[in-house]
Structure formats: structure tokens, C-alpha cells
Design a protein around this ligand. Structure first.
Ligand SMILES: C[S@@+](CC[C@H](N)C(=O)[O-])C[C@H]1O[C@@H](n2cnc3c(N)ncnc32)[C@H](O)[C@@H]1O
Length: 263
């Protein structure tokens, strides 16, 4: 391959890439819109390929506008388009669209809403300023939102609920893999404390799989105050850097300062 041909290919690739950057946010905006409108939920419940007209009626929205969003998501293979008859096609679910269903088994809807919402997007808008800055150890989240993440959740219950639900989405996937992949780890464990356990999703899965375990869901007081109550689990509020409730084993997942909490 000559130099000239390489340059032509590189130029072509650059042309595609640059447009991806120009409209990069469109994909996440469409997915956020789909979650907020409940598009994946409606199509899943319909049970067969759903025509645009019926989808628009169910969502009470303008078909031509909806069509533009659906085209983007079909192109991105979030939904499939399948024939209904000779003249009409309809939209069907895929494994990917099922992850956008609110509260679905593998749902990541809350996590997407969290990360694409204004609070979590705000720090990204001043990334260059944070890179240029020297001697400031305040997190980009705090600079953008005026409070560190955990003080912010305390002051904003809706945001806190969204964050806890997002963690629950992730916990459902990872904890299930732990239960299936290494159940022997829980042999002989009679009590388990989940440090930074959020709304208790992880612990409730462990206690369901290993019912002899007594669970302690330990998190900040404002988090456990709204955590669901469930059999076999005690919600305890506190600060993991001060003390952690005693148990046979401790579970720590997705925490930034694990070593500090355990020392
Ligand atoms: C990133 S989330 C992880 C939640 C859960 N472990 C998971 O992986 O799904 C971190 C959790 O730690 C909790 N947390 C933060 N600081 C804490 C502290 N000082 N003491 C106890 N919990 C804390 C937060 O409220 C939050 O629920």
C-alpha cells in the first residue's frame, strides 16, 4: 500500500470520526429520551412488532418526531424493525433495549439517567479547567456542584435515590455473578456487613441466595433512612471511616477509599 493510499484511508477515517464527535451526544440523548418516555417498556409489553402509529399513540407523541428517534436507535441496534405485513414494519425489543426498561431484571436505566443528567454532566463541561488547575484537590464534582458527592446526595434526596437505584442496577449484575461463580466463599458465613451498601440491593440478593446469612446494610445515615426494609437485613447508619459494624465477613464494592475504611 503506497503512502498516498494510506493517507486517503486515514483521511476517510478522520472524516467519519470527526462527525461522530460532532454529534456524539445524540446517541446518549436518544437513549435518555427513550428511558424517560418508557419506549422500551411499551415495545416489550406489546409482545409483537409494534407499528410506529401505535407506539406514538401509546406514548402520546407526534409520530414524525418519534420516528426520527426510533431511526437512530434502530441504526444503533437498540431496537429491531421487523415486517408486520407486506406494507408495514414494526419495532421489536432486543437484549439491549431490555436494559433500558425501568426496573427490568438487567435494567441499566437508572444508571444512564444518572450519568446523563445535569448533575453528573456538569463536571465534564469544565474538564479543561480542571486539567489546567494546579494545587487544587477538590473533586471536579464538588467544583461543579458546590458540594462533595455524599453531601450533595444528603441535600438532594431525588438525586440520592437515583444514585442508589443506579448502584442497584450494577449490583444486580455483579452480585449475581458472584453468587453463581463462587458460592463457596459464603460457607460458614453467618453474618455479612455490606459497607457502603446503598439501598441494600446487593445484600438482599446474598441473603436470598444464602438464607442462613444475617445481613447488615451499612451506609451513611441519610441513605439507610430510606433503604427498603427486608427480612434478614438490618439497616445501620454510620461513617465507615469511624467504625464498621462487626460481622463474620465484610463486603465492599465500588468504593473509592476501601483501604482507608478498613484500616
Ligand atoms: C459508589 S456507591 C457503591 C454502592 C454499593 N456498594 C454498590 O457497589 O452498588 C458508594 C456508597 O458508599 C456510601 N458511602 C460514602 N461514604 C460513606 C461513609 N463515610 N460511610 C458509609 N458509607 C459511605 C455511599 O452512600 C454509597 O452508597
Amino acid at each position: 500500500m503506497g503512502d498516498k493510499e494510506v493517507t486517503i484511508k486515514e483521511e476517510a477515517r478522520a472524516e467519519i470520526k470527526i462527525w461522530n464527535y460532532v454529534f456524539g451526544y445524540a446517541k446518549i440523548a436518544a437513549v435518555k429520551c427513550a428511558i424517560e418516555l418508557g419506549i422500551a417498556d411499551v415495545i416489550e409489553n406489546y409482545g409483537s412488532p409494534m407499528p410506529l402509529s401505535e407506539l406514538a399513540t401509546a406514548l402520546r407523541c407526534e409520530p414524525s418526531r418519534l420516528h426520527r428517534i426510533m431511526r437512530l436507535m434502530v441504526h444503533d441496534r437498540i431496537f429491531k424493525q421487523e415486517p408486520i405485513n407486506q406494507h408495514t414494519v414494526g419495532f421489536s425489543s432486543t437484549p439491549l433495549s431490555r436494559r433500558l426498561i425501568k426496573g427490568g431484571e438487567k435494567s441499566m436505566a437508572a444508571f444512564i439517567l444518572l450519568m446523563s443528567g445535569p448533575t453528573c454532566l456538569a463536571p465534564w463541561h469544565s474538564l479543561s479547567a480542571r486539567v489546567l488547575e494546579t494545587g487544587n484537590n477538590i473533586s471536579p464534582f464538588e467544583v461543579a456542584n458546590g458540594k462533595d458527592l455524599w453531601s450533595y446526595t444528603e441535600a438532594n434526596p431525588d438525586f440520592s435515590e437515583l444514585l442508589n437505584n443506579s448502584m442497584g442496577c450494577k449490583a444486580r449484575l455483579t452480585v449475581q455473578a458472584t453468587i453463581e461463580g463462587c458460592p463457596e466463599v459464603f460457607d460458614g458465613v453467618e453474618s455479612l456487613v455490606d459497607v457502603g451498601g446503598g439501598n441494600g440491593t446487593a445484600l438482599s440478593l446474598f441473603v436470598k441466595a444464602f438464607p442462613w446469612i444475617r445481613g447488615i446494610n451499612f451506609d451513611l445515615p441519610h441513605v439507610v433512612a430510606v433503604a427498603e426494609k427486608s427480612d434478614g437485613i438490618e439497616n445501620v447508619g454510620g461513617d465507615m471511616f469511624m467504625s464498621i459494624p462487626k460481622a463474620d465477613a465484610a463486603f465492599l464494592m465500588f468504593l473509592k477509599k476501601i483501604k482507608k475504611a478498613m484500616s
